[in-house]
Design a protein around this ligand. Structure first.
Ligand code: SF4
Ligand code: MG
Length: 338
């Protein structure tokens, strides 16, 4: 059986004045219907670019794409703009961090939700308005029949986020891409929005790609996890595998800087030193090597010289030169008092 969404060896390169940015450099994953894949990484890891490419929202004149993106049997990379237009908002839709940027200030919330619905279903204005009210109710906006005529600026940040979710789900999409949708919200509202997404996923059976830099959010919502670093996948597995027994030093580093998560080994709480790599001139070999605490454990300058391959067994694996059978032990060493 074919997966619902299949991404194979995706490469997304942009031309800039300073040269080619290899924003995504050989990424593969599958996603089943109704499941949630969490993509985690720092900013500039390629996670947002991957998803804009799936949605067909990149600038074709400046972007070179290789590989394959197949959604429900449809090859998205060879789809025409017209076909993509039909899919966006209908079969696949998205929510972003900034609801104000996706909602127009000039039209009422109800009109915006309703227009998306009309565009894909041919419903009448009256039907679309009724659907907008129904969706606002579903996402927990009080008095939806009154609020439907409000403009975005009349909504609070959390309510705008709910309205954006209502708009994204109005056509019952099969794939929802959520790019840091709760990052700008306070913790309480964030938790409410996460609960709402989980409820709606149950109801609609939507597959979700959830992009975040926050492993706490991943722990809450994901079935499977993909960790990106420097445009590549460095680790993949089920949520339990990746959070419970990480294989990659970068994942270990992310986990150890998360105060709220119970880490697999007791590493002192600290963010990973250094900053994400330049994708114009990525580091040689393992892209994580300038920041890796374990680089000396691999002999012969291999980390700087040779790019580790992502070794997968049944969807589980990582890209690192450390011997896999000794990795837990090596990781535990770091935590031991010196
Ligand atoms: Fe660290 Fe080397 Fe593994 Fe890269 S390959 S994560 S530098 S140990
Ligand atoms: Mg982003």
């Amino acid at each position: 059986q074919k997966p619902f969404l299949s991404v194979k060896d995706l490469k997304v390169h942009f031309s800039t004045e300073d040269g080619t940015v290899k924003a995504v450099d050989g990424l593969s994953f599958d996603l089943a219907r109704g499941k949630t894949l969490g993509i985690v990484g720092e900013s500039g890891s390629g996670k947002s670019v991957t998803n804009l490419t799936i949605l067909g929202l990149h600038d074709p004149a400046r972007t070179q794409i290789d590989g394959e993106i197949v959604l429900d049997g449809k090859d998205l990379l060879t789809a025409t703009e017209r076909e993509l237009e039909r899919l966006r908002g209908n079969t696949m839709s998205m929510i972003f961090q900034d609801a104000l940027a996706s909602l127009s200030p000039y039209h009422t919330i109800g009109r915006q939700i309703g227009e998306t619905y009309r565009k894909h279903t041919g419903a009448s204005k009256k039907e679309a308005r009724a659907r907008a009210i129904e969706m606002l109710r579903k996402v927990g906006i009080p008095q939806p029949d009154m609020r439907v005529d409000d403009y975005p600026h009349q909504f609070s940040g959390g309510m705008r986020q709910r309205a954006m979710i209502a708009m994204a789900l109005v056509c019952d999409p099969e794939l929802l891409i959520a790019d840091e949708p709760t990052t700008a919200l306070d913790v309480t509202v964030q938790a409410q929005i996460m609960d709402l997404l989980k409820e709606l996923q149950q109801e609609f059976g939507t597959a979700i790609i959830f992009i975040t830099h926050d492993l706490g959010v991943i722990a809450d919502i994901a079935d499977d996890v993909l960790v990106m670093y420097g445009g590549r996948c460095v680790e993949r597995g089920t949520k339990k595998e990746v959070l419970g027994s990480p294989q990659h030093p970068y994942t270990l580093g992310l986990l150890s800087s998360m105060p709220s998560l119970e880490g697999p080994v007791d590493v002192p709480l600290s963010p990973i030193p250094g900053s994400p790599p330049s994708l114009l001139k990525p580091p040689t070999g393992c892209r994580f090597h300038p920041r890796c605490a374990f680089v000396d454990r691999v002999g012969g300058g291999r980390c700087a010289g040779e790019s580790p391959v992502l070794e997968l067994t049944g969807g589980r694996g990582s890209a690192c030169h450390l011997p896999l059978d000794r990795r837990a032990e090596i990781f535990a060493d770091l935590a031991a008092p010196r």
